[in-house]
Write a protein that binds this ligand. Structure first.
Ligand SMILES: [Zn+2]
Length: 272
């Protein structure tokens, strides 16, 4: 599932194509793509509106309009691509299409069809469910240590909670906990200030490097016409169980934490 770096990659890809364009048409090939409202109602909200800018909040892609906001969640397999007039895009699995005033189209392609497109007059309802942005200046070692101190949950499920930190998912949480040498089952409030500092640094460094590599493609992440992320080569533990730890050569293991496959080094990340 796309996480913060993959969503940011899509935002950076879309941004130069969409700014200043008027949405002239919207068509849904899969009616549930705009659920809970019907596509006709969604189209009414957005047609004729100008796209001011493309932005990201957590794992949501935002198109900020001259009035209101479109939010897009890629979920498992959603992909966006901008198609110029006369260009033949990959027509398979398209669930929705926008047409812009420069005649370009933005196609939403989604094999699993869990991706969703929505409209909001303002972002209050979205914001209320989302925690801090991990690449913001507010996400400091001090902030993280202070917030962890009052939470008794295990660290991995807490980091996956979008209401705590927005944008992290299974891949980057496993990678960050490995780099910070923290066991995924450790209680948040038991992390020392040094551990919280290592974790904050690891999260930011890993996300930045992954954005630099256009994200991670494991199976399905892509954007544009056939473009893929390159961070997969740099993953240290995710889906590398059985391989030697890059730090100490102990074989990496896979356990289950909160119903999620979790990858770690049993020597570098000790419980406690
Ligand atoms: Zn190790």
């Amino acid at each position: 599932m796309p996480e913060l770096p993959e969503v940011e990659t899509v935002v950076r890809y879309l941004r130069p194509h969409l700014g200043g364009q008027v949405i002239t048409d919207f068509h849904a090939h899969w009616p549930k793509v705009t659920a809970p409202i019907v596509p006709e109602e969604f189209a009414e909200c957005i047609s004729g509106r100008t796209i001011r800018e493309v932005d990201r909040r957590g794992k949501y892609i935002l198109w900020n309009l001259d009035q209101g906001h479109i939010h897009i969640h890629l979920r498992m397999t959603g992909q966006l691509s901008v198609i110029s007039p006369g260009e033949v895009g990959d027509g398979r699995h398209i669930t929705a299409e926008f047409t812009l005033s420069n005649s370009r189209q933005v196609a939403f392609r989604d094999t699993r069809k869990f991706g969703r497109i929505g409209y909001m007059d303002d972002l209050h309802a979205l914001e209320s469910g989302l925690g801090i942005e991990p690449l913001s200046a507010e996400f400091s070692p001090e902030w993280l240590h202070r917030e962890l101190a009052s939470r008794r949950r295990q660290i991995k499920p807490l980091l996956l909670d979008q209401a705590f930190i927005a944008g992290l998912g299974n891949i980057y949480v496993d990678e960050a906990l490995f780099v910070a040498r923290i066991h995924p089952l450790k209680k948040a409030c038991d992390l020392s200030s040094a551990e919280a500092g290592r974790l904050q640094e690891a999260i930011q460094e890993i996300l930045k490097e992954s954005i630099h590599q256009d994200g991670t493609t494991i199976i399905s992440f892509g954007f544009g016409e056939g473009r893929r992320g390159r961070y997969r080569e740099l993953l240290q533990v995710f889906r590398r169980d059985g391989e030697p730890c890059p730090r100490c050569r102990t074989p990496l293991v896979k356990i289950r934490v909160a119903q999620r496959g979790t990858h770690l080094c049993p020597a570098c990340q000790v419980p406690g």
